[in-house]
Design a protein around this ligand. Structure first.
Ligand code: MLT
Length: 272
């Protein structure tokens, strides 16, 4: 059963989320934070992990079943929303797992909610901020989506998010991700682009991360290349790097079994 629950945050915003509780005593909780411009459904392949950990999968403000984003977004406000959701669920400590934009939000979670952090899983993401050319391209993309709607974004993402193997063998996954993107309000997509263009560079702070980290890359990820992620993992004191073969940018959805095996192998190593 995958029914969404909802909470009202302090600012009045409604956030949707999926929550599965592990029956094992002292199991950790993993909060899974989705990428751009997606929602919690990108993590449905991780539901079998409930045998080892409790799982919280929010739809960030503006995305999925959450309220549309009628206001500015930032990586920090989205990290605060995740923390507030966890507080409302009485979850004091979590392993934060973020993909791409979810990873950018993870850096803000590290910076602002360190006491809640038990471990960090960085999937297909980077710690650097945008250079001026990328930030400008995001501003152009934000203006375009407000004019042309989400369909062209979904079309462009089809070739960017997936490995060649996924494109060949998993057309249903590609269609369902496109559907998610098309269902996202253009205002949210634009606000998230602007928010990402303004995100803070976290790369100098990687050496001060004081929880175990798992860094997961895809061999065929053209957005956050595997070698860049491996270099990033080497800056984190207690990091394990895993590369998933035949995975693109959406590695947890493309190779769920391999992703889950890597995560389950790391969980006891992480000491959580
Ligand atoms: C994502 O998957 O969240 C995006 O590719 C992030 C980005 O555009 O930098």
């Amino acid at each position: 059963m995958n029914s969404l629950q909802h909470v009202q945050l302090a600012g009045g915003r409604k956030i949707s989320f999926l929550h599965r509780v592990c029956e094992k005593a002292n199991a950790p909780t993993i909060v899974f934070v989705h990428g751009f411009p997606l929602d919690h459904t990108m993590w449905l392949g991780q539901l079998p992990l409930v045998d080892q950990a409790s799982l919280v999968m929010p739809d960030l403000f503006g995305f999925g079943g959450s309220d549309p984003a009628a206001e500015e977004l930032s990586m920090k406000t989205m990290a605060n929303d995740v923390a507030e959701l966890l507080n409302q669920l009485d979850i004091a400590r979590v392993i934060f797992c973020g993909l791409s934009m979810g990873g950018y939000i993870g850096w803000e979670f590290v910076a602002n909610h360190e006491a809640m952090l038990e471990g960090l899983i960085c999937c297909n993401t980077r710690a650097t901020a945008d250079d001026e050319m990328t930030a400008r391209a995001r501003r152009v993309a934000a203006a375009q989506v407000l004019k042309a709607g989400a369909e062209p974004v979904a079309e462009a993402m089809r070739s960017k998010l997936f490995s060649a193997a996924t494109i060949e063998k998993q057309p249903q996954l590609i269609d369902s991700v496109a559907e998610t993107i098309c269902a996202t309000a253009p205002e949210t997509i634009a606000a998230a682009q602007i928010a990402m263009s303004q995100r803070v560079d976290f790369s100098n702070q990687l050496p001060s991360i004081n929880v175990p980290a798992l860094v997961i890359a895809g061999t065929d990820d053209s957005i956050t290349p595997s070698n860049e992620m491996q270099a990033m993992s080497m800056e984190i004191p207690d990091a394990t790097f895993v590369e998933l073969a035949d995975a693109g940018h959406l590695s947890p959805a493309e190779r769920p079994d391999a992703f889950n095996r890597a995560l389950m192998h790391w969980l006891p190593v992480s000491g959580t």
